[in-house]
Design a protein around this ligand. Structure first.
Ligand code: ACO
Length: 323
């Protein structure tokens, strides 16, 4: 069987780190509130002029180095983002040019915080259908550009960053037979648009707009829907939660991460957690956590990973893979 196997992983975080305490100067909030309600301690913000494609290119270079590959080895680039540099062209084609590649094809996928799960599923489809052998999948965001800095309920939650994964087709035999992406499970329900959206855009205001969120409502959907989709994806892979080595969740809120892992019968010992240092980096959070998890020595070859995410749309889903 042909499988999409992980060959490399990498990430990039902008230099500027902003601690919770900095928000105390301009907002009616405290480090204590942010820490206890979200688990977030600090986040990175892109510098002026530093765009989503810049972050994506740096993460891609790190993943290529990790895989021992050149840009010319890549057939397809899929970027998950809701904060592209421009309305068009896609960030993915800007990454392609930035890496110096003129072959293959590149495009963006947009499913907000669940974007990386959708992009990974899409890349898996490219490989299983024979359209591409090696796919660079990136999650990259600059959510700092769509924040309302007067809204304490949202602006303390998000950060900027990028993560990248390289998948390669492998005709698995022997011990490698069960490596790679094993299953995926995707959902959306557009009735919940008002819970999490940006109040501008090309076809409405013509401007970028700012993020609006009914946090406590999203929280409730997150806890139930994430556990359900993770269970569904595991079932599709012929597995159960007891087979899981690591949950790599979307990093929005430590309380959501904890509640979801408990619903699956697992503890935080089985979860790669980066939310304290990154905040919510939307589509970048899962590949960032995979890269950091591998660097920490948590994620190792042969282990079973379930990645899950939910975000604006609402859109949510999960992927099960053996690293
Ligand atoms: N500092 C101090 N107080 C605050 C802050 C802050 N930064 N933000 C909100 N509060 C206040 C509220 O005003 C409210 O006060 P009130 O009771 O006087 O009205 C109180 O804290 C409680 O507010 P809630 O929103 O009910 O607090 P909650 O415990 O739900 O935490 C949070 C809020 C952190 C936003 C949480 O709901 C959350 O994480 N939600 C999910 C976010 C998420 O997962 N998003 C999905 C992905 S994002 C994407 O797709 C782009």
């Amino acid at each position: 069987t042909i499988r999409a196997v992980v060959r490399g992983v990498g990430h990039y975080l902008p230099e500027r780190v902003v601690e919770n305490a900095e928000f105390e100067k301009t907002l009616d909030t405290t480090d204590e509130w942010i820490r206890t309600r979200t688990g977030i301690e600090r986040r990175h913000f892109a510098a002026e002029g530093e765009t989503t494609s810049h972050l994506a290119i740096k993460a891609a270079e790190a993943a290529l180095a990790d895989a021992g590959m050149q840009a010319s080895d890549i057939d397809a680039i899929v970027v998950a983002t809701s904060t592209p540099d421009h309305t068009f062209p896609s960030v993915a084609t800007m990454v392609q040019a930035g890496l110096g590649s003129t072959t293959g094809f590149a495009y963006d996928v947009q499913a907000v915080c669940a974007g990386f799960i959708f992009a990974l599923t899409n890349a898996n489809g490219l490989i299983l259908s024979g359209q591409a052998e090696r796919v660079l999948v990136i999650g990259a965001e600059t959510f700092s550009r769509i924040m309302d800095w007067t809204d304490r309920g949202t602006c303390v939650l998000f950060g900027d960053g990028a993560g990248a994964l390289i998948l390669e087709a492998e005709d698995g035999t022997g011990t490698n037979a069960d490596r790679g992406i094993l299953s995926s499970d995707l959902h959306s329900d557009g009735r919940y648009r008002e819970l999490l959206y940006v109040d501008g855009g090309v076809s409405t205001t013509g401007g970028a707009g700012v993020l609006k969120m009914q946090g406590n409502q999203v929280f409730k959907h997150a806890v139930t829907k994430l556990a359900q989709t993770a269970e569904k994806a595991l079932e599709k892979a012929g597995m159960s939660a007891s087979d899981v080595d690591w949950i790599v969740p979307h990093q929005a809120n430590l309380r959501i991460i904890k509640a979801t892992s408990e619903k699956l019968g697992l503890t935080l010992d089985n979860v790669v957690v980066t939310v304290a240092d990154h905040g919510n980096t939307s589509a970048a959070s899962i590949p960032l956590a995979m890269s950091v998890g591998k660097a920490r020595g948590q994620i190792k070859q042969g282990q079973v990973i379930v990645a899950e995410a939910i975000g604006g749309g609402l859109a949510w889903g999960s992927v099960v893979l053996r690293w």
